[in-house]
Design a protein around this ligand. Structure first.
Ligand code: FES
Length: 82
């Protein structure tokens, strides 16, 4: 097991899990808010195609959580708009 933070809260994950899988394991479903309306979005395709799961990882926005492997110490946050 490893630990990472999501919106400032420390969470655990299994090594090799995607960020999305780790978040779902903690019942966290929202990865971003839409640019215009601020509507919540999360995992849709789960295979890196739809870009609905964009999230901020270690300060870098627009990362696809479904195809990014979670790492120890990673800092993950919901992306608000673009
Ligand atoms: S859920 Fe579709 S790209 Fe991540």
């Amino acid at each position: 097991m490893i630990t990472f933070t999501f919106n400032g809260v420390e969470l655990t994950a299994r090594e090799g899990q995607s960020v999305a899988a780790a978040l779902i394991a903690h019942n966290e479903r929202i990865t971003r808010l839409t640019r215009a309306a601020g509507k919540p979005r999360g995992i849709f395709c789960g295979i890196g195609v739809c870009f609905d799961c964009l999230i901020i990882i270690d300060g870098q926005p627009n990362q696809r959580s479904c195809i990014t492997e979670v790492k120890a110490g990673m800092v993950v946050a919901v992306q608000d708009g673009a």
